[in-house]
Design a protein around this ligand. Structure first.
Ligand SMILES: O=P(O)(O)OC[C@H]1O[C@H](OP(=O)(O)OP(=O)(O)O)[C@H](O)[C@@H]1O
Ligand SMILES: NC(=O)CC[C@H](N)C(=O)O
Ligand SMILES: [Mg+2]
Length: 513
């Protein structure tokens, strides 16, 4: 779940892209990058780190042009090398840069095909570099006599859909030609289109979440449909086409549970409202199943669980209190790399207020329990703060299966709920009682806002993979490659890896001169 943005504006877009990345920072904290296009030249800077750390004034000044794309990364494939920060660039055909949110499930096979059949070199272990090269190959194939038009670009995206499997929401820019954006045929990852009627003409934006549009002053037009591609040329002319043969909306339900910001609207569903629904349905279950438990106070685990916890408390007519104070300078712990860092960060991030716990029966509410890193420590903190009983409620069902579509939870043995009963999980986190949302209630809660969504990708809860290509062999292979501590997750020796970081290398040359 990276964050992506693409803009075709009427004025320089460097600051706009930077500001947009700040708003999407919750989707990726490992690396950030911006590529702009001025005439026939791309300018790019990307590196590991948070947006504010990656871009200094000198980089911003170098990012020229009225169009560009940007990315914040949370790796789900390859390593954490700075060379795998996005956007990626390929010089042929025409010059293309690309940013990707999602995860390809056939990238190993595609990488081989690229080399053997299409004679293309992929320099990193990133699936997004593979995706860029498939797109480049398809554009090369559909362009005639070195002339490109929107129809040819759409034909190329149709070719991409035929070859690529998995989840992909994409922004790409063809040098001096325009901005391309598309969503996989299942629409697993979100992507929205917005516009701004400026005095100089209409400006278009595409972004992972509508919150980026709100903050940048753009109006939400609509979501990119599953399988659809949209193209905006450098003059701001907009066109779109359905490029998939059998598109069907299967959005990732975990976007609503945890990934997206609550102030975003994805596929006509307010994330905030679904989190309120999650609290309501969980309260119903508590009424049914915990008749004998006495709860004094409901306490959320900041940040994401707040709306659900608040609504749960309202529905049960219980007091809602902020018992944990969150250090505002520490990011999201679940998307941090490595268990040691995640574990340490929970304690640094959250601190209890003793008076809210002392002698009380506490109901802690979190949006989800994934590895159990947060819940284990939080329950202990509540006990240390003097709680009498500590009950725990998860607004999502147990996470028992790996995610292969852009959330880095690839190995079953890292997931607390895999092969454990609710009682065993309760014992693991040290709570006095534990309750989970039912999957059906979660799905129905999201559908309340948009009954037209017939199905969701719920794979991390039910093990059903909407792309139909996931088998035990695949799951075992990603478990080996992507488990915590796997050598392949670590960045390779940067001296041996080519880093095509355009602006950075220029800057470094200038500094060295
Ligand atoms: O069981 P775990 O592996 O700990 O994962 C689940 C926890 O991680 C997330 O919090 P995070 O700190 O990432 O972000 P938040 O501040 O948005 O809640 C999520 O909200 C849960 O609290
Ligand atoms: N979280 C994502 O969307 C990841 C994008 C891509 N698979 C990467 O690892 O860089
Ligand atoms: Mg949390």
């Amino acid at each position: 779940m990276c964050g992506i943005i693409g803009v075709v504006g009427k004025n320089p877009v460097n600051q706009l892209l930077y500001d947009g990345l700040l708003v999407l920072q919750h989707r990726g904290q490992d690396a950030a990058g911006i590529a702009t296009c001025d005439g026939n030249t791309f300018y790019m800077h990307k590196n590991n780190g948070l947006v504010q750390d990656v871009f200094q004034t000198r980089h911003m000044r170098s990012l020229l042009g009225n169009a560009g794309i940007a990315h914040v990364r949370y790796p789900t494939a390859g390593s954490s090398s700075a060379a795998e920060a996005q956007p990626f660039y390929v010089n042929s055909p025409f010059g293309i840069v690309l940013g990707h949110n999602g995860n390809l499930t056939n990238s190993a096979q595609l990488k081989q095909e690229m080399f053997r059949q299409d004679l293309r070199h992929i320099n990193t272990s990133s699936d997004s570099e593979v995706l860029l090269n498939v797109l480049a190959h398809e554009i090369e194939h559909s362009a005639h006599n070195a002339v490109l038009n929107a129809d040819m670009v759409f034909e190329a995206v149709a070719g991409v859909h035929k070859r690529v499997r998995g989840a992909y929401a994409v922004v790409a820019m063809v040098a001096n030609f325009g901005l391309l954006a598309f969503r996989d045929p299942n629409g697993i990852r979100p992507l929205v289109i917005g516009k701004n009627e400026s005095e100089q003409g209409v400006e278009y934006i595409v972004a992972s979440e509508s919150v980026a549009l709100d903050v940048l002053g753009f109006k939400l037009i609509r979501d990119v449909e599953p399988g659809e591609a949209i193209f905006i040329d450098m003059d701001g002319n907009f066109s779109s086409r359905q490029c998939a043969e059998a598109p069907k909306l299967n959005p990732c339900i975990f976007e609503y549970v945890y990934l997206a910001r609550p102030d975003s609207v994805i596929d006509h569903v307010s994330v905030y409202q679904t989190r309120l629904h999650m609290g309501e349905s969980l309260a119903e279950k508590i009424k049914r199943e915990w008749k004998d438990l006495h709860i004094d106070v409901v306490i959320p685990i900041p940040d994401t669980s707040r709306p659900s916890a608040l609504q749960l408390a309202n529905a049960l007519n219980l007091t809602y209190r902020e018992g944990f104070i969150k250090n505002r300078y520490i990011g999201r712990t679940f998307i941090m790399p490595g268990q040691a860092l995640r574990k340490k960060s929970v304690r640094q991030k959250l601190n209890p207020i003793g008076m809210e716990f002392k002698g009380k029966n506490i109901l802690l509410v979190d949006d989800s329990i994934v590895r159990g890193t947060t819940s284990q420590q939080i329950v202990q903190m509540a006990r240390d703060a003097g709680a009498n009983k500590v009950f725990f409620a998860s607004a999502a069902p147990p996470v028992r299966f790996p995610n292969v579509y852009g959330i880095d939870m690839p190995s079953r043995h890292e997931l607390l709920a895999t092969n454990r009963t609710d009682e065993e999980i309760c014992a693991e986190i040290g709570a006095d009682a534990l309750i989970y949302q039912d999957l059906q209630a979660l799905v129905e809660g999201v559908k309340l806002s948009n009954p037209h969504i017939q199905a969701f990708d719920c794979s991390c809860f039910d093990g059903k993979y909407v792309t139909g290509d996931i088998d035990e062999a695949y799951l075992s292979s990603i478990e080996t490659v992507r488990s915590d501590g796997s050598a392949q997750k670590r960045p390779p020796n940067s001296i041996t890896q080519l880093d095509l970081n355009l602006v950075a290398s220029r800057e470094e040359e200038a500094a060295a001169a």
